[in-house]
Design a binder for this molecule. Structure first.
Ligand SMILES: Cc1cc2nc3c(=O)[nH]c(=O)nc-3n(C[C@H](O)[C@H](O)[C@H](O)COP(=O)(O)O)c2cc1C
Length: 433
């Protein structure tokens, strides 16, 4: 098991605000219990001078909050609710790649969902949070059905200015294998690009390559050199399938190895200077794996909660600090954060480490009693909590940090993220506990 090293920079206590802003936030939090202001982003800009616009997968998003790939993005009605609620983007459930004949080397991941258990969890630091335990894996209907979902989701997304991206699990060789089933990359990528192109005016399609945390429990993850080879080679296979048409995002998983190996993974994806081997963005980082916990007769489960965010934040800050070596921020790939983002405060903690968007899964599964908004969809309730909570919300913390770090007003979220990367040492100094 990895060693627990808490992040050095945390946002603790209450965000600082002048009396007028604090009152405005409290009033808005109460006022919007019955529904968010529409349109949301212009309201936030006019009231708080915070520009929520950002970028995901090379595309502009109206706000940085998205739904992470999973059980909550496998049906059109779910995407429709997210569009209505005002999410910035949605990543569809992971589909298992196939070749032209319909063969799937990763078909063991295409099994139906079983029961999901949403439960409270206490992190190693003692912090309380939530995790979801389940046994399911990837999309288990046909690939054609996935393309239909993608098509419908793009129509819904477009009407609401919400970006929609597919997520794919392609063939990855085991430590014993040397060959790659490139046919799966070619067929699946081209088919998805074809669907995307119907809606997209020539822009590249964002696509997340899921390496899946559950792989961390299998022997596939036992060999570090193999994992590094995956990270090095996957972008080129996807790019080659549809040159210039895909914006590749690598969804990095938490391995069973120490932080040093997580850093090597991050180094590996940044190593190619340019060209087909370089991904366009990365997602950090899918869930932790507990080999000693059992669920419904299966030993070893993926989990999240405070351990996940603490580990991710800790690794990301070490990566930015460059372990003593100065890092050129201009050469860092855009980062979309995932992992225990259950409050705006945690989103801002990822923002400080350079994340320009935030994708959640567990938050959308919490019981209604966890939300102050009593009507509306879970997605709207979550946005209300993420943005407007007077102590834990995104707006309160961005206002506080903007003042402390001297941000000019009206910065977009991706510009704030870039600023933090460029000035990480200053951020760390200003905020260190
Ligand atoms: C029930 C469940 C299903 C998931 N399915 C997928 C998936 O198909 N593909 C994927 O890339 N991640 C999947 N994930 C991971 C989430 O996308 C997300 O990255 C992770 O749960 C961390 O975010 P969270 O702490 O907000 O849940 C799943 C997570 C859960 C809890």
């Amino acid at each position: 098991m990895w060693e627990f090293l808490p992040p050095q920079v945390r946002l603790r206590g209450a965000p600082r605000a002048d009396e007028r802003t604090a009152r405005q936030l409290r009033e808005d939090y109460e006022r919007f219990r019955d529904g968010l202001p529409r349109p949301l982003e212009p309201y936030v800009l006019a009231t708080y001078a915070i520009n929520l616009a950002s970028a995901y997968g090379g595309l502009r998003v109206k706000n940085p909050f998205g739904k992470a790939s999973g059980q909550l993005s496998l049906a059109a009605h779910q995407v429709e609710k997210d569009a209505e609620a005002g999410l910035g983007f949605v990543v569809l459930k992971t589909v298992i790649a196939q070749d032209q004949q319909g063969e799937q080397s990763m078909r063991e991941w295409a099994i139906p969902e079983t029961r999901m258990l949403v439960e409270r969890v206490r992190g190693r630091s003692g912090e309380e949070g939530w995790t979801v335990t389940w046994k399911g894996r990837g999309w288990y209907e046909s690939f054609e059905a996935y393309r239909r979902l993608f098509d419908q989701a793009l129509v819904l997304g477009r009407a609401a200015e919400m970006v929609v991206a597919p997520s794919v699990k392609y063939h990855l060789p085991t430590p014993q294998e040397t060959s790659w089933k490139e046919e799966e990359y070619t067929f699946t990528t081209r088919a998805l690009v074809e669907t995307w192109s119907k809606h997209s005016k020539g822009l590249p399609m964002p696509l997340e390559k899921d390496f899946s945390p559950t792989l961390a429990g299998s022997e596939r993850a036992t060999q570090q050199t193999k994992i590094l080879e995956w990270l090095e080679r996957v972008p080129a296979f996807i790019h080659r399938a549809a040159p210039g048409k895909v914006c590749v995002g690598l969804k990095i998983f938490n391995t069973l190895f120490e932080d040093g190996f997580q850093l090597r993974m991050l180094e590996a994806i940044h190593a190619p200077a340019a060209g087909e081997s370089r991904a366009e963005f990365f997602v950090y980082a899918n869930r932790l794996f507990d080999p000693a916990k059992s669920f419904e007769g299966k030993m070893g489960v993926a989990y999240g909660g405070p351990d996940l965010s603490e580990r991710n934040l800790s690794v990301l800050e070490k990566f930015l600090a460059g372990q003593g070596r100065p890092r050129d921020p201009a050469k860092l790939l855009p980062l979309s954060a995932t992992g225990d983002i259950q409050s705006g405060r945690v989103a801002v903690e990822y923002l400080l480490r350079g994340a320009s968007t935030f994708q959640m899964h567990t938050l959308f599964q919490l019981p209604d009693s966890e939300f102050a908004m009593k009507s509306g969809s879970k997605t709207e309730k979550a946005l209300h909590r993420l943005l407007f909570h007077p102590q834990e919300g995104f707006l309160a913390w961005v206002l506080d940090l903007g003042r402390r770090l001297g941000w000019s007003s009206g910065l977009k979220v991706d510009e704030m993220a870039a600023w933090c990367r460029t000035n990480w040492n200053e951020v760390a100094q200003a905020l260190r506990d």
